[in-house]
Ligand binder design. Sequence first.
Ligand code: TXA
Ligand code: MG
Length: 326
Amino acid sequence: MVSDKEIAHAVAVLRAGGLVAFPTETVYGLGADAANPDAVKKVFAAKGRPHDHPLIVHIVEAVQLAAWAREVPPAAHKLARKFWPGPLTLILKRAPGVNDLITGGQDTIALRAPSHPVARALLARFGGGVAAPSANRFGRVSATTAEHVRREFGATVDCVLDGGAADVGIESTIVDISGPQPTLLRPGWITAQQLEEALGLQLALPAAESPRAPGTLARHYAPQTPLLVMEADLLLELAASLARQGKRVAVLARSAREPLLPGLTWVGAPSDAAGYAHDLYANLRRLDQAGCDVLLAEAPPQAAEWFAIRDRLTRAAAGAPPPEAT
Ligand code: TXA
Ligand code: MG
């Protein structure tokens, strides 16, 4: 998939202050040497991301936590032991000397040890931390394939490691353990229930005013086509009515069966949460590119394993105008 030679090249690019896009098990990351402020600046420029939105530093194993965090509480060890390497990001108190660019000037730092073998090979060989947001332009749908990264950034990225389609498909769960009570900042494939079980206590929900995480802005992960999320029966009715008005409609279905309608672009998503998450961003990109007037997504179930998916779909839909205005 990715040769030793390619990893060596990517490491050289990182050492030279360049940008390397790499696969993780969640989504692709746009990486730079976390210890090189000029390299980190390039990440913000490439993404068009505001400077007060901090980056996750990727490491290969938990022993490196001490290099980036000044306190590593027992909860961090517990969670790292149970879920690392894997799709979980920990927020800890930053170590002195960590660049303000990475933390957005905050007193905390986000750290994650990804499990994708290519990410691990890159991080192990590089040795240091790699600051990497999701490899998409600010506010847009995350990239889950190398091809999506290339389309998103073109030549701005010095090196793209192609590790195939990301396994999980949605961004890591983020839990803040820098304060007195662990707080879930971003839901992900690792659920709040799993974290609570591992910690033996209840998580707090973030204070409404506090999030600085762009992944927690109301409108995020957004396709360009206005997106509406609704139950299957309503979706079918609306699709039929819009088609009658001559509108082109794109549908992300889960259980609904495709009706015979003119101007319809239909994607039937997997009916299990893992499959649905895996395909979600690729499906949104595909539907977005169909050039339709509106994109209708069937609402995911209420079960815990669908929680992060519902979160991403809701954010992707936030701010979409009503269908008659599309
Ligand atoms: O799965 C993932 O987490 C992917 C892969 C590449 O690792 N990365 C990712 O990065 O989603 P990004 O930058 O798109 O989202 C990271 C989120 C942002 O919302 C950022 O604001 C938040 O983490 N974050 C970073 N440092 C933080 C901190 N110190 N306190 C609170 N939130 C923080
Ligand atoms: Mg992102």
